[in-house]
Design a protein around this ligand. Structure first.
Ligand SMILES: [Zn+2]
Ligand SMILES: [Zn+2]
Length: 377
């Protein structure tokens, strides 16, 4: 390697164009890595150089951020943080496992979970559905919930071994943490599934967690539900999810709210709707009626000549907005009820009224009659 001043262009190394997409870059690297893999070319120095060169190129072009830097400034732009001229970052071998793990289906064969245990990883998010009352959603509330989740075992601190029992070297990989699989003519390194890549195994599993490293507990959490939340609102409780792996941070807990329906009000965003029946006399003559609101009954004036399904809006009688001041509106939909049966006296009054009213029974949709005529004419 000494004396080699100028480096080959990374795109040239992988044999892809400068506008190649990530998938093309990945598969180009995969091909080269297979071809020049040291296990497949034992003792061939040239192959090893090619293999390292390809891995170095991939460590840059396979990373969107590094690739952008390289596109703008070339090798100089990557500085000392990336691979220097005399070698490459050995951590790219980790990517190698990623690439070939799924390529040969080993991930399925040995369970994808084995790799997780060796990496620092954020815990999983949890989701909890909480049903609350309609008025609780409108006014806000605080609630106590019980969340079943895993917690790091207090006895072994997550180490999975009985305290003081010690560990032994993994017999499968003999402590190396990885195993080499022979696949026809080539061999592939993979994280040891027996020990999860740590190279060590537990002599005696922890008695409290039975070697799981975590125990299932029910945690009691107090949550504040803000004013004005709606069905489907998600509340995020930071770091209340599952614990992280190998010291990683815990995940988050999402509380998804299910709001029960109200017997009177239908909610649409911050607005409320309700239907109030009135009789034909109230509709014709006008009236002052009592209507329900979230703040108790209120008087609403119905003007004379109110038609069926007329709508009245009461401003600021809806649901408070979640993230701002003010409230939505309340819409009152009037339903004109015809009395299903009449007393003799009522019948007489209505008959007298009927004589004075014009009978105007034409369909009120303009042009409908003409259309029908055209059709039959
Ligand atoms: Zn334990
Ligand atoms: Zn092992």
């Amino acid at each position: 390697m000494t004396g080699r001043v100028s480096k080959r262009d990374y795109y040239e190394v992988l044999g892809v164009s400068r506008d190649a997409d990530p998938q093309e870059i990945k598969s180009a690297y995969r091909k080269l890595a297979l071809k020049f893999h040291p296990d497949r070319n034992p003792g061939v120095k040239q192959a090893e150089e090619h293999f390292k060169e390809a891995a170095e190129a991939y460590s840059v072009l396979g990373d969107l951020e590094k690739r952008a830097t390289y596109d703008r400034y070339g090798h100089q732009g990557l500085g000392s943080s990336a691979a220097g001229p005399s070698g490459f970052d050995p951590s790219t071998f980790a990517d190698f496992t990623d690439i070939f793990g799924d390529f040969f289906g080993f991930g399925d064969l040995f369970g994808g979970g084995s790799r997780q245990r060796t990496r620092v990883q954020r815990g999983d998010d949890l989701r909890y559905e909480l049903e609350i009352g309609f008025e609780d959603a409108v006014r806000g509330m605080s609630a106590e919930i019980l969340i079943p989740r895993d917690e790091i075992c207090s006895r072994c601190q997550g180490a999975r071994a009985e305290p003081g029992s010690g560990v032994v070297t993994c017999p499968t990989c003999r402590g190396r943490g990885e195993v080499i699989y022979q696949q026809s003519f080539l061999s592939v390194r993979r994280t040891c599934s027996q020990c999860g890549g740590s190279g060590k195994m537990i002599r005696q599993p922890c008695t409290q967690c039975r070697g799981q490293g975590s125990v299932r507990v029910e945690r009691r959490l107090k949550i504040d539900i803000p004013v004005g939340v709606d069905n489907g609102t998600r509340l995020r409780l930071s770091q209340e999810g599952q614990p992280g792996y190998n010291g990683g941070p815990p995940g988050d807990l999402y509380v998804v709210l299910r709001v029960k329906e109200h017997s009177v009000f239908v909610r649409q965003g911050s607005d409320l709707h309700c239907t109030v029946p009135i009789n034909i006399a109230q509709a014709a003559l006008g009236a002052v009626i009592q209507i329900p609101t979230l703040d108790g009954p209120e008087a609403l004036t119905i003007p004379e000549g109110t038609q069926h399904s007329a709508e009245f809006r009461l401003r600021n009688h809806g649901v408070p907005h979640v993230n701002s001041h003010g409230r939505g509106d309340l819409y009152v939909h009037v339903e004109v009820k015809v009395p299903p049966q009449l007393t003799k006296e009522q019948r007489k009054l209505l008959e007298d009224l009927a004589d004075t009213l014009p009978a105007d029974n034409r369909p009120n949709e303009k042009g409908l009659f003409d259309k029908v005529k055209d059709y039959f004419g």
